[in-house]
Design a protein around this ligand. Structure first.
Ligand code: NAP
Length: 260
């Protein structure tokens, strides 16, 4: 019997860990898709394709041409366009879809978080709150901070493009970050406000603990609302359970087709 073709929409730690755990799986043949934003994305098991599909229609075409049986959308919680395209293309083609999305971070009683809806709003608010901002919202939207007066430590994996704040320092680093290193960075640079998207997950959560310990304010960009009606898994274990259920469902429907 043909191994079923699984497309993982990637660009996150979850997508990498899921592809790794499926590397020797007898039932799924995995392709991971990356947008191509990072020039050195690191090793991934299985087949990898890079670049956009050309909208929801392009993705639907790709799913048909490559005989895809299931899609796990494991893109970042802020990659809303891709998530919308996946929902639309899977609805059009009848391909089963799972959204793999880590839970959002929640503040504790000891946190001073200010919520905003966009990175541009975060830049304006943070500038009014402090004089040295640790900005971790990513390089794609770094230009939202171009007009701020505060000193900005812009932390991203690759160099941000476009207009940038005059008082900037660029920290080219890839997580995970330890609590010790976050404490040291805040103390050494005199950070008084941390700016972040509500990405969730453990790899970049230490800054929140370090900010809490130091009594700093954190400006948090809320997640965009995801399309309604998606089946959602919170981690790779839940995604693997879904894939097993899908395999069993498919087997049952094949068996009932051949039984007279
Ligand atoms: P986005 O705004 O939702 O997507 C914009 C376009 O990029 C999509 O319409 C699609 O192009 C293409 N695309 C996005 N993800 C893709 C994938 N996995 N494979 C192929 N094409 C993809 O996405 P984004 O926020 O720019 O994020 C791009 C990538 O970076 C994603 O893989 C995401 O997981 C990762 N990432 C994003 C963030 C973030 O804060 N946004 C943070 C960390 C990692 P077409 O319409 O041509 O198909």
């Amino acid at each position: 019997m043909r191994r079923r073709h699984l497309l993982i929409l990637g660009g996150t730690g979850e997508s990498r860990r899921l592809a790794t755990r499926l590397a020797d799986d007898a039932s799924w043949d995995v392709t991971t898709s990356l947008a191509g934003r990072v020039s050195r994305p690191g090793e991934l098991p299985g087949r990898v394709r890079v670049g956009g599909f050309g909208g929801a229609e392009g993705l639907a075409r790709w799913l048909r041409e490559h005989r895809v049986d299931g899609v796990v959308d494991a893109t970042h919680p802020f990659a809303l366009t891709m998530t919308e395209h996946a929902a639309s293309a899977c609805a059009t083609t009848g391909v089963r879809l799972l959204r793999l999305e880590r839970p959002a971070w929640e503040p504790t009683e000891r946190d001073d978080w200010r919520h905003v809806d966009t990175v541009a709003d975060a830049a304006g608010l943070a500038d009014s709150l402090g004089s040295c901002l640790l900005v971790t919202t990513g390089r794609q939207e770094a230009s939202a901070f171009a007009g701020v007066r505060a000193r900005c430590l812009l932390r991203s994996i690759e160099l941000p493009a476009g207009p940038l704040p005059a008082g900037r320092e660029i920290l080219l680093e890839r997580g995970p970050f330890t609590l010790e290193s976050e404490r040291a960075l805040i103390a050494a640079k005199g950070v008084d406000v941390v700016v972040t998207k509500n990405s969730g997950g453990g790899a970049t959560a230490a800054k929140l603990v370090a900010a809490r310990e130091a009594g700093l304010c954190v400006v948090v960009v809320r997640r965009p609302p995801r399309p309604k009606g998606l089946t959602v898994a919170a981690d790779e274990d839940e995604a693997l359970t879904w894939l097993q259920t899908e395999s069993a469902r498919r087997q049952r429907s094949n068996t009932s087709k051949v039984t007279p």
